[in-house]
Design a protein around this ligand. Sequence first.
Ligand SMILES: NC(=O)c1ccc[n+]([C@@H]2O[C@H](COP(=O)([O-])OP(=O)(O)OC[C@H]3O[C@@H](n4cnc5c(N)ncnc54)[C@H](OP(=O)(O)O)[C@@H]3O)[C@@H](O)[C@H]2O)c1
Length: 244
Amino acid sequence: MKLAIISGGSRGLGLALGELYQARQWRVLEFSRSAPHPWSIAADLAQPEAARRVFAAEFAALASQPWDEIVVIANAGVLAPIGPTSRKDPAEVLANIQVNFASPIMLMTQAIAAFQALPCRKTLLNISSGAALNGYAGWSLYCAAKAGLENFVRSVAMEQSAQAWPLRAVNVSPGVIDTEMQAAIRAASADDFPAVGRFIQRKADGELRPPSRVAMAVARIADDARVAGGARVDVADYLDPTAS
Ligand SMILES: NC(=O)c1ccc[n+]([C@@H]2O[C@H](COP(=O)([O-])OP(=O)(O)OC[C@H]3O[C@@H](n4cnc5c(N)ncnc54)[C@H](OP(=O)(O)O)[C@@H]3O)[C@@H](O)[C@H]2O)c1
C-alpha cells in the first residue's frame, strides 16, 4: 500500500503526477482550491494556518495505516503578481509568499510530524525552479520563495539524517512545462516582465515539456534510492528519451 500526497494537483504538473500515481495503484491525495478530482481535498494555500489544519487532519487519519511507501510532493506554486513588487497590491504580495513559501512548509512539517515514526520509505519532494538560483525582473516574490524553500528543504534533510526512519527531503528542478503557469507568463506585459519575449519564443520553438513527461521523471527521482536527502535534482537527468 503506497501513498502519494500532492499540493496543487488540480491541473498542470500536479494533475499529471496525480494521474501517474493513480495509474500505479497508489492512494493519491491532492490539495487545491478547486479540488476537482475524486482524490482532491479543498485547501487554500494562501491561508497557511487553515491549510495546516486541513493537512494535519488528513495526515492524522492516514498515519495509522500500514504504508509501504509515502511520497509527499510540494508542487503548488503561483507567479502572480508579476511585476515590480513595490507596484503591487500588498494583499496579493502576501498571498504569493503564503502559497509559495509558508504553505509548502506547513505541508512538509505536518507530513514529518504525522509520518516520522512510520517504518517505511518516505520522500518529500519540493518542486522548485531555476528561479530559486537566478533572479528575474518581475518575479521577485516567486524567486525569493523558491530560493528560501530550497534552503528549508536542505536544512530539513540535515535534521532528518538523525532520525531512525527519515523522510528523504529533495529539491527538484522541473524545467519549463507546458501548463497554465507558462500561459500566464506569456500573457505578462514587457513592462511587468521584461523577459516575456524569451518565453513566447520557447513556446513557439516547442521547448516546453508536456506535464506527463515531467511527472514521469519526477516519479523516477522519487523511486531512485541513489538520490540522497538534501540533493537538488534536475528533471532533465530523469526524462525518458523515448516518451513524448
Ligand atoms: N510551468 C513551468 O514551466 C514551471 C517551471 C519551473 C517550476 N515550476 C513549478 O512547478 C509547479 C507546478 O506548476 P504548474 O506549471 O503545474 O502550475 P499551474 O498549472 O499554474 O498549477 C498550479 C497548481 O497550484 C494550485 N494552486 C495555486 N494557488 C493555490 C492556492 N492558493 N491554494 C491551493 N492550491 C493552489 C492550483 O490549483 P487551484 O487553482 O485549483 O487552487 C494548481 O493545481 C509550481 O511549483 C511551479 O512553480 C513550473
